[in-house]
Design a protein around this ligand. Structure first.
Ligand SMILES: Cc1ncc(COP(=O)(O)O)c(C=O)c1O
Length: 382
């Protein structure tokens, strides 16, 4: 008898992971591959985090925490809001999660029912729509482009004719790296509040900004669901740790969902992550290095033929319109990897309708690799 494979689990692949597999296979076969595909810092966690992890391994039980997270870490996260935004936050509103990815799952389950409709920008981080779809929640795509800085506006929301139940905003965004200003953030939040939409603010790239610091939704009201992570600014991707700041009405539902889905976020990571908030100088040094990579690529990529780039005010990505070079960015990226050893991500990951005209460069790696990638691409495209 043939057993059923559920349709709800048939989410599209996260193409960048497929590119990474191919890039790693080439590297294993001895090719010198330059990784501009994957969005992760090329550095380990800060030294004090590693030291705290070693101490915890020797002295700590590393058992479960409660589903909201270790008290000491929730307290340190609340302190981070004072440091980074001048906002006072009650640690009781913080839930520690298994990366921001675990946070999305808990937040969407707590806030939305099957059949609800949640707006999000395209291009955008693909897991939002794939998690929503797997949960039976309908993603409503707001098409954004250079004219609106690749960010949703109130006009986009007003143009949606059917009911909406929520909005997901990422500023700085992945893949464009663009940001909304304080005014636009306040406007979007006010629109959502007035119409009963849940406002979900993905703040995972906060701290990695080049022009102006990012504003947190938390500064504009207590109704937003704020999601953040240790993966990017804190350089701790594989530690699988993130957090949410929740409005009062979602706290207990999220706690119950967390108890059942995860029991607790990884305890070793929680013990270590407390030390991350003593490392701002070291972490800001990493941001300065991303800034140098960004400047290098902003100068070199146009010379190599990639002239139409989103502004990248934050995060570590350059989203390039390559319609003058190809109409099939997936095939283009495959050929680029095969012929130059430079791995980048096709835009299809972020925008299923228009992504065939775009690709994303990640500049989270080493500066030498950025310079070498630009050199190879310039030689490749002549
Ligand atoms: C915008 C955005 N949100 C969330 C994530 C997920 O990160 P994590 O689960 O490691 O916190 C990523 C990862 O690249 C991302 O780009």
């Amino acid at each position: 008898m043939v057993l059923k494979v559920a349709k709800r689990g048939a989410v599209p692949p996260f193409i960048v992971m497929d590119v990474l597999r191919e890039a790693n296979a080439r590297a294993a076969a001895g090719e010198e591959v330059l990784h501009l595909e994957v969005g992760q810092p090329g550095t380990p966690a800060p030294g004090p985090v590693l030291a705290a992890a070693h101490r915890a391994l020797e002295q700590d039980l590393i058992g479960y925490s409660d589903a909201m997270g270790r008290a000491e870490l929730r307290h340190a996260i609340a302190g981070h809001y004072r440091h980074a935004y001048g906002v006072e936050l009650d640690p009781a509103r913080v839930m520690v999660t298994t990366g921001s990815s675990g946070g999305f799952l808990v937040a969407f389950l707590a806030a939305f029912d099957v059949g609800d409709r949640v707006a999000l920008a395209a291009p955008g981080y693909p897991a939002y729509r794939n998690i929503l779809t797997a949960l039976g929640i309908e993603p409503v795509v707001l098409e954004t482009g250079p004219e609106d800085n690749f960010q949703p506006t109130v006009a986009h929301l007003e143009a949606v004719e059917e009911r909406l139940d929520g909005l997901i905003l990422a500023s700085p965004s992945n893949p464009a790296g663009t940001m909304v200003g304080r005014e636009q953030l306040a406007e979007l939040m006010a629109y959502c509040k007035a119409r009963g939409l849940r406002f979900i603010s993905d703040e995972i790239y906060h701290g990695i900004t080049y022009e102006a610091p990012a504003a947190s939704a938390l500064a504009f009201g207590e109704e937003a669901v704020v999601i953040n992570s240790f993966s990017k600014y804190f350089s701790m991707t594989g530690w699988r740790l993130g957090w949410m700041v929740l409005p009062e009405d979602l706290l207990r539902p999220a706690e119950c969902i967390g108890q059942n889905l995860f029991v607790s976020a990884p305890s070793l990571s929680q013990a270590a992550a407390v030390a991350a908030f003593d490392c701002y100088d070291e972490l800001d040094g990493l941001v300065a290095a991303y800034g140098a990579n960004r400047a290098l690529l902003l100068e070199a990529l146009p010379k190599a033929g990639f002239g139409r780039l989103a502004p990248a005010d934050g995060a570590f990505y350059l989203y390039a319109d390559v319609s003058a070079l190809t109409n099939d960015s997936a095939a283009f990226c495959k050929r680029m990897l095969a012929e130059t050893g430079v791995a980048v991500t096709p835009g299809l990951d972020f925008d299923s309708d228009r992504g065939h005209r775009y690709l994303r460069f990640s500049f989270a790696g080493r500066k030498d690799d950025m310079a070498e990638a630009a050199r190879r691409l310039q030689a490749w495209l002549g």
